[in-house]
Structure formats: C-alpha cells, structure tokens
Design a protein around this ligand. Structure first.
Ligand SMILES: Cc1ncc(COP(=O)(O)O)c(C=O)c1O
Length: 406
C-alpha cells in the first residue's frame, strides 16, 4: 500500500499506481512469476507463433467476462487496446460486406488513451486540439454528468439515463448503415469518476442492437475489480461486443492490455484458409511472456484474496468516508462508485487547475499520500487491498489538504 521515497518516507498509495496496482505493489507471487518467466522464456513472437501462457491467460480472462466475450487480442497498453477494438469493429463490418459502416461514436468527457483512435473518440479538448484533424467520421454522445441534477451522489445517479437516447439522434443524422461502433467507459474515470446514470448503459445496448452497431466498453480502469466485479459489464448486466482492458490485468507490474471479443465477431474473421492472415494488426510485444506470467499471478491473487468481492464489500464504507469531505471549503461535488471517488474543487479565479495541482502536491509532500488530479478534480482509487483504517486515513489526509488549499 506504500511507496518509499529515497529519503525513506512511506507514502500511502491512494491511486493504485495509476488505477492499475489493484493487488497493491511488489506482491511476492507476482515478483516471483516475472522472475521465473524471465529465466524460462523471455520472449516469443505472437505472429504465427505463440506460447502456452498466452492461451492460459486468454482462457482465464474470458472466464471472468460475461456472455460470449471468449476471444482475446493482447497488446501492451490501454491506448493500444482502444485502437485495436476500433480497428476490429471496422474490419468486422468490412469482412461481412458492410464496409460502409465506418463511423465511430465516442462521448464527451470520455478518455480512451492517447493514440489517434483514442483521442478521436475521446472527449477531452486538450487531448485533441493540438493534434490535427484526427480520425474522420467520428461523432460524440453528450457527457452524462450534470452537477445540477447529480451532486453528491453515491454510486449511479438517478438522473441522466435518457442521455443514451442521444444515440438515436446521431443514428437519425448519419444513418445506421454508416456507423460501426459506439465506445464508452462504463464509468468515466480520467475526467473525474463519472458513474453511469441508472439505466444508461442498458439503453445504449438496446439502441446498438436495434441498429446493428457494435458496443465497445473501455474497461481499462473499471476492469479487474475497481467497481466490485471482474468487469463493470457484470455490475451493470450489460455485455458489450468488445471490451478493452489493461492496467489491472497484472496489477500494473508489466505493461499489458487487451481486447475481449465476442465469439461471433471472431468467427466472422476466421473463414479463410489456414495460411491467410485474418486481421492485419498486431504488436511485437502482444502477449509478452513476462506480462502473461505477471497477469496469471495477479489473477490468482485476485481470486485467492477475493479482492473483487472485497472492493464491493468496502464500497459503502468508502463512499461514506469520501462524503465526509462534503461541506469543506471549495468542495463542489463528490462522486463515488466501487473503490473510486472524484472530488470537484472550486477553481481559483483566473487560475483553473491551480488549486487541484496544489492539493496533489501537498498530499504528496505534507501528507505522504498519492492522489490524482485532473484540473481541479481530485481522484482517489486505492489498491483493492486497502484496509478500512487506511480508507479513513486517506480521506483524513485529503480533508487536511482541502483545508490547506482553501
Ligand atoms: C478508460 C481508459 N482507456 C484507455 C486508457 C489508456 O491507457 P494507457 O495509458 O495504458 O495507454 C486509460 C488510461 O488511464 C483509461 O483510463
């Protein structure tokens, strides 16, 4: 649960690394698995060849996922997972003779990493405006957050489910036959922990089904226990056609990402003779043996320590602790879901982001705590092994920081 600085300070990790170290840091079994693997097989190509742990891991991840999400395409980061999912969606329509479906629909305030695909469907202006025209033919759903209707909600807000119907408006504008896929984070993490309004994801699923549009969940943050389940898809009872993961797959120990793909999409590609490449896409380090070994060890830890259920059990206590910050100077809103919280601070006049940055800085230097900041929004998302006492400790520290930057 701690980092140790060169001077020997113990710094409490309130962010699971960067939303990834779900089993905590330097876990013995993960360390040993990586070290064993490096001695046994340091690398094997994933083009034409493979190694047993890649298949073992794909099977384990598929077993954790709902529905027919039974095939896995491995890569090395969340950004690559997103680009991979978008490309599979486009290619799937192409191989079925619906190559006119080229549009991709993202969402305002969405974060899907920093590849050209991800920033195109993402909805963060500073991640987009410096980088040219991005992908053509992309449209965006509105963000689901409204402070007016949702402030200080624990879990999924009552208001906002109807915003999924904006997809019908987009379909009416462009025509369903031009739209390949919709991509959303079930819970938008990077722009400040925005849980989905009640019914929202179910409505998106229904509209996609009605129009033959693929639904992609970006579960790079929500995967592997953050919301008290293996995947948020399970929490919400909504199964996407493709699901991006990364981060928690091996508790952040070795770079790795991947896309879970529905069996029927996989089958659409696997029609040709053995020697023909089905999907012209892949990375040198796809299913890297060290990443696979670390992931198998992490999944064992999640199972043996029942960490997803632990996150679920701690959720009410965590939400209560986060809400103790309500009423502190400058706190405009607090949102919680699973073991994650977003805290909006009032921006200082003419200095947007300054108060938030100072809060992160003071948390680290004065309180020995790592938290995340985006603009003036603080994010807290500790490893799933966090103790009840440490949850209180985290929010006590955050409270002192908020007072200090008032
Ligand atoms: C939802 C989501 N998608 C994609 C990414 C990008 O992942 P990476 O930084 O591993 O490329 C992130 C990173 O935080 C994320 O939160």
């Amino acid at each position: 649960m701690h980092y140790f600085t060169p001077e020997g300070r113990a710094v409490l990790d309130g962010l699971a690394g960067l939303w990834c170290s779900n089993a905590g840091h330097n876990r013995d079994s993960i360390v040993a698995a990586i070290s064993r693997q490096a001695a046994e097989l340091d690398y094997a190509p994933a083009f034409h060849f493979a190694h047993p742990k890649a298949f073992a891991l794909a099977g384990r991840v598929a077993a954790l996922s709902p529905g027919d999400l039974n095939r896995v395409f491995f890569c090395n980061s969340g950004s690559e997972a997103v680009d991979t999912a978008l490309k599979i969606a486009l290619a799937y329509h192409h191989v079925r003779g619906e190559g006119g479906r080229t549009r991709l629909i993202g969402r305002e305030r969405g974060y899907h990493g920093v590849g050209f695909g991800g920033i195109s469907v993402g909805g963060i202006v500073n991640n987009r405006k410096f980088f040219g025209t991005l992908l053509a033919g992309v449209d965006h759903l509105p963000a689901t957050y409204s402070r007016e209707h949702q402030a200080f909600t624990k879990g999924e807000p009552e208001w906002g489910g109807h915003l999924a119907d904006e997809l019908e408006r987009i379909v009416a504008l462009h025509g369903a036959s031009t739209i390949a896929a919709v991509i959303v984070e079930p819970m938008a993490g990077s722009t400040g922990v925005l849980p989905p309004p009640k019914g929202y994801l179910q409505r998106l699923r229904a509209i996609c089904d009605r129009h033959g549009i693929l639904l992609i969940f970006d579960e790079v943050i929500t995967g592997f226990g953050r919301l008290g389940h293996a995947f948020a898809a399970e929490r919400y009872g909504v199964t996407p056609d493709l699901l991006c993961f990364a981060k928690g797959i091996n508790s952040g120990a070795v770079p790795m990402g991947g896309v879970l793909v529905d069996e029927r999409l996989y089958d659409a590609f696997m029609q040709g003779p053995e020697h023909v490449i089905e999907l012209f896409h892949g990375y040198t380090y796809s299913a890297h043996p060290l990443a696979c070994a670390a992931a198998l060890a992490a999944l064992d830890l999640y199972r043996d320590e029942d960490l997803f259920a632990r996150a679920k059990r701690l959720e009410p206590l965590f939400a209560d602790a986060a809400m103790t910050l309500k009423g502190l100077p400058g706190v405009l809103d607090i949102r919680t879901v699973g073991l994650s919280a977003g805290i909006d601070l009032a921006p200082r006049p003419n200095a947007a982001g300054e108060r938030g940055y100072e809060a992160m800085d003071r948390a680290f230097y004065d309180e020995d705590l790592v938290i995340r900041v985006t603009g003036d929004t603080l994010a807290v998302a500790p490893p799933l092994i966090v103790s009840e006492a440490q949850i209180d400790e985290i929010f006590d520290k955050v409270a002192r920081v908020i007072r200090a930057v008032a």
